[in-house]
Design a protein around this ligand. Structure first.
Ligand SMILES: NC(=O)C1=CN([C@@H]2O[C@H](COP(=O)(O)OP(=O)(O)OC[C@H]3O[C@@H](n4cnc5c(N)ncnc54)[C@H](OP(=O)(O)O)[C@@H]3O)[C@@H](O)[C@H]2O)C=CC1
Ligand SMILES: O=CCCC(=O)O
Length: 299
């Protein structure tokens, strides 16, 4: 199968590499074009623009930082829209809000802010954000949360089977984004509670390493505490999931809460911590770096 891939950040690079290693022909594009070179060494072809990638490929996947990037790559000059059309499929795996997916798809009732979008040009669209981070992306162990065109979903299952350990089809556009935001809202709140616990253990005279062992044997043991805890205690926050993206996801999840009148005081407090961490220049570190501001603020 031949696929295009737009966005070679932490996730996009790992995912497109995985496709290449599993025999897919991949045409890649990245805003900073030099990042394509490493993929070329593994057999990828470079597209000079998103439009060129779409022109050359039946299916194109995007993995971009946020709603602004996802919209820009589709609607701006040399974007996806210039070459998308009947018989082609576009799959956006970025974490965005349901409104962004809806704009890209052009599924709108009444006034349509983007009347010329993927489906109105005759192409098919899937949103397919993922659960799982850098390592699951490298090893094809992501969890794929797809929604939109069911036929396109079935056509790209061979690619999803390489990228992930499980794919869900969640129905209409927006449901994939919502599921992803709910998951990351919980994850961001957990990271804050975990960080506070580590600080509390240390300040109250406990060995925080012992806390990690105790947590790992109990009912709230989980891969995130187990995987990130030891590095956090060494103040090592090499980015797997950048903090700026976690804060974006908290913001988008809180907006979903606003729309649905769901009170989320825990998530709102966690968002404040992530915002503070960003304002202190920690946005490009792993989201575990929120530990540093919780540690500092309690001194
Ligand atoms: N890292 C993780 O663990 C996970 C991340 N995600 C989600 O996946 C997406 C990508 O994450 P990740 O790979 O970590 O992020 P990175 O920050 O590593 O990469 C972001 C990518 O988006 C591109 N980009 C940013 N702005 C624009 C723009 N205006 N126009 C075109 N391209 C742009 C960047 O290009 P350039 O190289 O030029 O800057 C880069 O390719 C995000 O939505 C994130 O929330 C989902 C699951 C896990
Ligand atoms: O969106 C990022 C998710 C990171 C993870 O699931 O570990």
């Amino acid at each position: 199968m031949e696929v295009g891939f737009l966005g070679l950040g932490i996730m996009g690079k790992a995912m497109s590499m995985n496709l290449l290693k599993n025999g897919f022909k991949v045409t890649v594009w990245n805003r900073t074009l030099s990042k394509c070179n490493e993929l070329v060494e593994f057999g990828a072809t470079i597209g000079e623009t998103p439009a060129e990638v779409v022109k050359n490929c039946k299916y194109t996947i995007a993995m971009l930082s946020d709603p602004a990037a996802a919209l820009s790559v589709v609607f701006d000059k040399d974007g996806v829209l210039e070459q998308i059309g009947s018989g082609k499929g576009y799959i956006d795996m970025s974490t965005v809000d349901p409104e962004t997916s809806t704009k890209i798809s052009a599924v709108c009732t009444g006034f349509c802010p983007y009347p010329q979008a993927i489906t109105s040009k005759g192409a098919s669209f899937l949103e397919a954000p993922v659960s799982g981070s850098k390592q699951p992306a490298e090893t094809g162990q992501l969890v794929i949360l797809a929604a939109g065109d069911k036929a396109l979903y079935e056509e790209v299952i061979p690619a999803f089977d390489v990228l992930g350990k499980k794919s869900f089809f969640l129905g209409q556009i927006g449901n994939g984004a919502k599921m992803k935001l709910v998951v990351n809202m919980i994850m961001g709140s957990m990271m804050n509670a975990f960080s506070e616990g580590l600080v509390l253990a240390e300040r109250s005279g406990l060995n925080p390493s012992n806390l990690l062992d105790v947590l790992d044997l109990g009912g709230i043991a989980n891969p995130m505490f187990r995987g990130k805890g030891p590095a956090m205690l060494k103040s090592s926050h090499s980015p797997a999931f950048p903090l700026k993206h976690q804060q974006k996801d908290m913001r988008l999840a809180l907006a979903l809460g606003d729309e649905n009148a769901v009170s989320m005081p825990v998530a709102a407090a966690a968002n404040e911590s992530f915002k503070k961490a960003r304002s202190m220049g920690l946005g490009d570190l792993d989201f575990s770096a929120v530990y540093e501001i919780l540690k500092a603020s309690k001194e």
